[in-house]
Design a protein around this ligand. Sequence first.
Ligand code: AFP
Length: 333
Amino acid sequence: MTERPTLRRYMTRHSALDGLDPNLIFLIEDIASACRVIGNSLRNAAFEGNHGLVGDTNVQGEDQKKLDVVADETFARICENSPRLAALVSEEREEATWLKEPEEGDYLLYYDPLDGSSNIEVGLSVGSIFSICQVEKDGDRTLLKKGRAQVAAGYAIYGPAMMLVLTLGHGVDGFTCEYGTGDFRLTHPSMTVPAKTREFAINASRYRYWQSPVRRYVDECIAGTEGPRGEAFNMRWTASMVAEVHRILIRGGVFLYPQDTENAAKGGRLRLLYEANPMGAIIEQAGGAASTGTMPILDLMPDDFHQRVGVILGSADEVNRVAEYHAQDRAAG
Ligand code: AFP
């Protein structure tokens, strides 16, 4: 019978193999607990009066949903007592939350507590995204770090099954929450993204805003077998980055939410620290690529907690093609 170790068993094995810090194991277990509670809150939202809007906007200037607040508070409540967690950076909070002095902690947690929340009331998949970096030594309170500095990253997807997908820097593994015991058990070991794909994901209603390299890429995909690609492409758009990334990990694909003429002033749509960086780390660890269009996402030095960025990620051949079109566009001036 296929062994399906629990998340804890998996991480303690890693601890033996790779010297994984027990305090990082505790933090990831706390994150898994928070995701489990959020999953239950989503399922019971109709009975707990948690559908609808709070009536306020969040730091992003977006209408805050009740479940956005519930998910954020769940993450903070469950993770804040993690032994060596020093600070939290949340999509829902303008400022960082320092839990202890930097010298008293080892880890920083960046999270989007509920991604794709516009999908909740229409019964579609949503998720939570998290990224973990290490505290600088000598009391430095630096929180703005490149994506390459992440020591762990992952997401939970709340769909037909509840899954936790995790990278510790040695590949990507998927854990499914077993109904009944509530354990996250390894069901998708060594998840990898095929280099080639014929499936792209983009919000096509924004066509009029796209810059020429993106238009060129999508036009060629849509031209099909008679076009320059000589292949028929399929399109998906689920309005949840977590669901798009999960599909790409399962069967390949390329996801594009590029910087365009409408969102350029803000830097793009998706946030760097707690969306693009963790998802970029997962995709790269799974053998894919993650680009802003002009550089690898993980090499970008952030200048603000809530900085936004263009995102093109997934099957390496397609991401590299889009990046090449951007390079050709720049060279043409
Ligand atoms: P919400 O969390 O506000 O629903 O936004 C989700 C998201 O940040 C990302 O998960 C999706 O890929 C993208 O926005 C969807 O954007 P559109 O609303 O333009 O489709």
